[in-house]
Design a binder for this molecule. Structure first.
Ligand code: NIG
Ligand code: FE
Length: 427
């Protein structure tokens, strides 16, 4: 029995299992040819090769012919700063004049200018703006998205962001995973009282966010001039006492101990890691911490790229995500991230697929429900305007998502701009 049956899938490509894949296993995916997938309600019930059993085709079943195309699990974007007021296009000129990211922040711009805009925005305004971003993400094939607070830096606004995330999680097809990031920067009013701000985060914000059930994770921007490794540990331990699992913005610009801390606090993931030292790689491999890497941010900042190849080779499970935010990466497109994962990180398309599905799901704490095409997992999948994984990773900057299925509900892109091989031949 099925409520949705997709057949004539030329290549079905999926990671397998309910935990992050590391080392050689990250590239060992399952490939089926001439395949089908059956979904009942919101859950996958069967995946197979060849003709589907006729018994699946019950009355009322939606039948989709994939026309020989590639099908994968829905993409999991495991690191976004999704909810914010305003944009920051004014920083483009500063960037072109060579002003570094941390200097813009130190001058009260950067994150702090988005904080001012987010404090001014109503919850409804944040909701409407974020819903549009989620529509775009879904159209690109993202079916699950982690979303951080961190543009409030006061209790009221941090909770306002998290409440917008909760409401959107209920109303928008994309599933959201909320992360409390009150320690994203020290707000201007605490500039001379850092310890006071760390206390506010630990003693007021974390209990409030956890008390309302508004967050699953607690994250800290562990960086020169932002939060030290010691402050990061204090905040993450406070989060743990309230049931929030740790994540760390670690080694993005300077290596100040974030990735090593992951092992000590049991972080689920370390994120960014551009400047990750060998000791950090070893610590994450030993602890099984997911390295959530953000190549579009490196591209946008003109920065170096995280040592992804060395991480995979050392046995660290690697996930890739957008880092969507108004400053260092205003990009919602996971397909671009996949291309950069191959071109800049030297990962194979198979390793990249695991990174944007199962390992992303593990970073979001959801590897048991999403991230692969297996019976029992959610019916989250994408039919691509591509015949294989190589083509999907190669078409830089395109949107090749043809049909996106979220919890069994079908969303079809009618994009003139999608140009498969046939279209190209016709010029
Ligand atoms: O992940 N690194 C810190 N935070 C964000 C940027 C936020 C911003 O610039 O608004 C990031 O890159
Ligand atoms: Fe980030």
């Amino acid at each position: 029995m099925a409520s949705l049956l997709i057949h004539n899938i030329g290549m079905l490509a999926t990671a397998t299992g309910s935990a992050a894949k590391a080392g050689a296993a990250q590239g060992e995916i399952c490939i089926l040819r001439n395949a089908y997938v059956a979904v009942q309600g919101d859950t996958i019930t069967a995946v197979g090769e060849g003709a589907f059993p006729q018994a699946f085709l019950t009355e009322g079943c939606t039948l989709i012919d994939a026309q020989g195309k590639l099908l994968t699990a829905g993409l999991v974007d495991a690191h976004t700063h999704l909810v914010f007021g305003g944009w920051r296009e004014d920083e483009l000129a500063l960037k072109l004049h060579g002003v570094p990211y941390l200097d813009i922040l130190a001058q009260g711009g950067g994150i702090l200018s988005t904080v001012r805009a987010t404090r001014k925005a109503s919850e409804d305004e944040l909701y409407d703006k974020t819903a549009k971003a989620l529509d775009t993400m879904l159209s690109y094939g993202t079916t699950t998205c982690e979303a951080k607070s961190g543009y409030g830096l006061d209790t009221e606004t941090e909770l306002k962001q998290l409440r917008a995330i909760r409401v959107l999680n209920g109303s928008h097809p994309v599933d959201l995973v909320p992360t409390f990031l009150g320690a994203h920067a020290v707000p201007e009013e605490y500039r001379d009282n850092r310890a006071g701000y760390v206390r506010l985060v630990c003693e007021e914000m974390i209990p409030a966010a956890a008390g309302e059930g508004l967050a699953k994770f607690c994250d800290v921007f562990c960086e020169t001039g932002v939060f030290s490794a010691g402050e990061t540990r204090t905040i993450l331990e406070a989060g743990l006492r309230h049931g929030l699992r740790p994540k760390i913005h670690a080694d993005e610009i300077d290596a100040i101990g974030g990735s090593q801390l992951a092992r000590e606090v049991g972080a689920v993931s370390c994120e960014h890691l551009i400047a990750c030292p060998p000791e950090g790689i070893a610590a994450m491999a030993a602890a099984g911490t997911v390295a959530c890497l953000l190549p579009a941010t490196s591209f946008y900042l003109g920065a170096a790229y995280a040592p992804a190849r060395a991480m995979v080779d050392a046995g660290v499970p690697v996930a890739l995500a957008t880092d969507f935010n108004p400053g260092s990466c205003p990009c919602l497109n996971m397909q671009l991230v996949m291309s950069l994962g191959c071109l800049k990180y030297r990962l194979t398309p198979e390793e990249v697929l695991t990174a944007v599905t199962l390992n992303g799901a593990a970073a979001a704490g959801l590897a048991d429900t999403v991230g692969s095409l297996e019976p029992g997992k959610l019916g989250d999948l994408v039919i691509w305007e591509a015949e294989d994984l190589d083509y999907l990773c190669y078409r830089l900057g395109s949107n090749l998502a043809r049909t996106v299925v979220k919890r069994g509900a079908v969303f079809t892109n009618h994009t003139e701009g999608v140009m498969g091989p046939e279209g190209e031949r016709n010029g």
